[in-house]
Design a binder for this molecule. Structure first.
Ligand code: NAD
Ligand code: AHE
Ligand code: ZN
Length: 369
């Protein structure tokens, strides 16, 4: 079938709106009509050329919501008409990783997903007979896409697509980092680096679980009001701190953070996030994604003296199990998504979403098909 998609032909170039061909679902696969997709910083990261796994031409996008249009042979858990959220971290419930309660990183299809193809090694997208690659197993910058059954979370039908698409990455990543990965306790002091689409969700989850002090760190002063709306109690703009940032944060938190979260993707702020943690027990969680070749460093003494450095993907969530619950939290008013979606636009204006992100003017832009 012909579908409308924003194609990334090469790194560093704007997306191009094209009519591309999409093959129907094969064994174990599902065809989805995508109703809405958010634009995450990771899409911009891959488009920039910094992603070691980035390959072109590809159809980016991994934060979508839609409706099942057709199921391939052998699909049991989904039927046409079901409402779904695509999962870049699938949940097969059978692999060594799914069977280990310590991780959410299902590896059933990770290799082919990273290569931009379906589990059988081929792409369903093509243009003029030449394959176009999938991205993070999702490719939600297309009004139709194909995913494996294990990479779809079935959600309730009264949830609005243009809001819950954000649960496909940003909301679940930020909320899950607090609830699943760090397991922040009531009364904790939390420091959040980067108050964008991920960091604000860390903040609202920290408030939800009863954190005491919630410090937001961002170089964009416009983020202060937004952070406070979602539960931030203190704002620090590193550009306005006279001396070094780390001692300033340690003093502010009276000894250091119980938990810090890096939601930027900058290896310098990753180090600061670790080093502002409390001696003896502070844990720093890396969420931000750093470019090819970049490395983190600190004095090992920071770890010897009881700080821990950890990381999280998709907020430690097992998508088919946890995503429907997060949709419920939103529908019950426990999570505020609406105020983070600052812009909506049709697909043919998707490049504006990247411009807004780079200019620091949006939290989340959503394309509605
Ligand atoms: P975003 O662009 O919406 O937000 C980034 C924020 O960081 C902005 O507010 C910006 O002003 C701030 N910032 C930039 N440089 C800074 C600095 N030096 N000091 C302080 N603040 C600074 O991005 P996002 O969508 O929230 O994504 C954040 C990061 O998380 C990205 O690296 C993205 O790739 C990554 N991410 C990871 C996962 C995961 O599963 N681990 C999931 C989603 C996104
Ligand atoms: N491809 C990159 C890494 C990108 C990355 O870390 N992706 C996160 C999700 S970001 C969502 O916005 C993730 O899920 N990582 C775990 C995984 O298996 O990819 C690289 O450096 O190669
Ligand atoms: Zn993302």
């Amino acid at each position: 079938m012909d579908v409308r998609a924003a194609v990334a032909f090469e790194a560093g170039k704007p997306l191009s709106i094209e009519t591309v061909q999409l093959e129907g679902p094969r064994e174990g696969e599902v065809l989805i009509e995508v109703k809405a997709t958010g634009i995450c910083h990771t899409d911009a990261f891959t488009l920039s050329g910094d992603d070691p796994e980035g390959q072109f031409p590809a159809i980016l996008g991994h934060e979508g919501a839609g409706v099942v249009a057709e199921v391939g042979p052998g699909v049991k858990s989904l039927k046409p008409g079901d409402h779904v959220i695509p999962l870049y971290t699938p949940e097969c419930r059978e692999c060594e990783y799914c069977l280990n309660p310590k991780t959410n990183l299902c590896q059933a299809i990770r290799t082919t997903q990273g290569q931009g193809v379906m589990p059988d090694g081929s792409s369903r997208f093509s243009l003029n007979g030449k394959p176009i690659l999938h991205y993070m197993g999702c490719s939600t910058f297309s009004n139709y896409t194909v995913l494996p059954e294990i990479a779809l979370a079935k959600i309730r039908e009264d949830a609005p697509f243009d809001k819950v698409c954000y649960i496909g990455c940003g909301v679940t990543t930020g909320v899950g980092a607090v609830v699943n990965t760090a397991k922040v306790e009531p009364g904790s002091n939390v420091v959040v680096f980067g108050l964008g689409g991920i960091g604000l969700n860390v903040i609202q989850a920290a408030r939800m679980v009863g954190a005491d002090m919630i410090v937001g760190v961002d170089i964009n002063p416009a983020r202060e009001a937004l952070g406070r709306k979602f539960g931030m109690t203190h704002f620090v703009n590193p550009k306005e701190v006279a001396g070094d940032l780390v001692p300033h944060l340690v003093e502010l938190t009276k000894g250091g953070a119980d938990y810090s979260f890096e939601c930027i993707g900058n290896t310098q702020t990753m180090r600061q996030a670790l080093e502002c943690c409390h001696k003896g027990w502070g844990e720093s969680i890396i969420i931000g994604v750093a470019g090819a070749g970049q490395e983190i460093s600190t004095r090992p003494f920071q770890l010897v003296t009881g700080r821990s450095w950890r990381g999280t993907a998709f907020g430690g969530a097992r998508g088919r199990t946890d995503v429907p619950k997060i949709v419920d939290w939103y529908m019950e008013g426990k999570l505020n998504i609406d105020d983070m979606i600052t812009h909506t636009m049709p697909l043919d204006r998707i490049n504006e979403a990247f411009d807004l992100m780079h200019a620091g003017k949006s939290i989340r832009s959503v394309v509605v098909y």
